[in-house]
Design a protein around this ligand. Structure first.
Ligand code: SIN
Ligand code: FE2
Length: 222
C-alpha cells in the first residue's frame, strides 16, 4: 500500500495542453487543499515567508520560503539552492508527505512518472505582486519537470517559449490548478502578471504557489 493513500485527489482529471511537454491539470489540488494548507502553516511557522533581494539589488514583490532538502535562495551573490535557510541558519523544514504525494501524482498525470522533488519553493503573492518572465534554470537536472500548484486568488500565468522574445500565452490559474512543464518545455519562459485584488475563502487576499523541483546536485552546506 502506498503511504499516501489518504490524500484526496481526483481520478478524473481535466487537462489542457499549454505547449509540447506542458500540461495544466485543472483543480487537481482542490480536494487536498485543507491538508496542504495545514502543512503549509507548519512550514512558514518554522521558515517565515520573506522578500528576498535579487542579484540586481531589487526586493522581490513575491514573498518566498522553501521546504525539502534544498531551498531556493536569492541575494546579491545570485540565485541558488541552499541546504539551510539563510535567515535562521537551520535546515529547511522537511517536505510534508502530502506535498510530495501531490507533486508525484501530478507529474505522473502529466506523463512524468518517477518524479522525486527535492525542493519546494513557496511563493506568496499579495495584490500587485508579480513575477517577471524567467526560466527555471538553477537546477542541474533538467530531465525532471517543474510541478507548480496554485492556491488562493486567481492569477494570470504567462507561458512562453524557449526565447525571451517568444510571445507568451496567458492562462488564468485558479485555486487548485496544477501546471507541469518538462521535456521540450522545461526551459520555457514563464511569469505571473500583477495579482488582482480579491478575497479567497481559504486564503484571504493572497495567492500561494508551490513549485516542486528536482535539483540534482549536492550544494555546499550554506
Ligand atoms: C514560479 O515561476 O516560480 C512561480 C510561478 C507561479 O507563481 O505560478
Ligand atoms: Fe519559475
Amino acid at each position: 500500500m502506498d503511504l499516501f493513500d489518504d490524500l484526496p485527489l481526483p481520478t478524473d482529471v481535466a487537462y489542457a495542453s499549454l505547449a509540447p511537454g506542458a500540461v495544466l491539470l485543472r483543480a487537481f489540488a482542490c480536494e487536498a487543499d485543507a491538508t496542504l494548507l495545514q502543512a503549509l502553516n507548519g512550514i512558514v511557522a518554522q521558515a517565515p515567508l520573506r522578500h528576498m533581494q535579487t542579484p540586481g539589488g531589487y526586493t522581490m514583490s513575491v514573498a518566498t520560503s522553501s521546504c525539502g532538502r534544498l531551498g531556493w535562495v536569492s541575494d546579491a551573490r545570485g540565485y541558488r539552492y541552499a541546504a539551510r535557510d539563510p535567515q535562521s541558519g537551520q535546515p529547511w523544514p522537511l517536505m510534508p508527505d502530502c506535498f510530495t504525494q501531490l507533486a508525484q501524482r501530478a507529474a505522473t498525470e502529466a506523463g512524468y512518472a518517477g518524479f522525486a522533488p527535492e525542493a519546494c519553493l513557496i511563493n506568496q503573492y499579495a495584490p500587485g505582486a508579480k513575477l517577471s518572465l524567467h526560466q527555471d534554470r538553477d537546477e542541474l537536472d533538467l530531465s525532471a519537470p517543474i510541478v507548480s500548484v496554485s492556491l488562493g486568488l486567481p492569477a494570470v500565468f504567462q507561458f512562453g517559449g524557449l526565447q525571451r522574445s517568444d510571445r507568451p500565452q496567458r492562462h488564468r490559474l485558479l485555486h487548485g490548478d496544477v501546471v507541469v512543464w518538462g521535456g521540450p518545455s522545461r526551459l520555457a519562459f514563464h511569469g505571473v502578471l500583477p495579482l488582482a485584488d480579491g478575497e479567497h475563502a481559504l486564503l484571504g487576499r493572497r495567492r500561494i504557489n508551490l513549485t516542486f523541483r528536482r535539483v540534482g546536485e549536492s550544494p555546499a552546506r550554506t
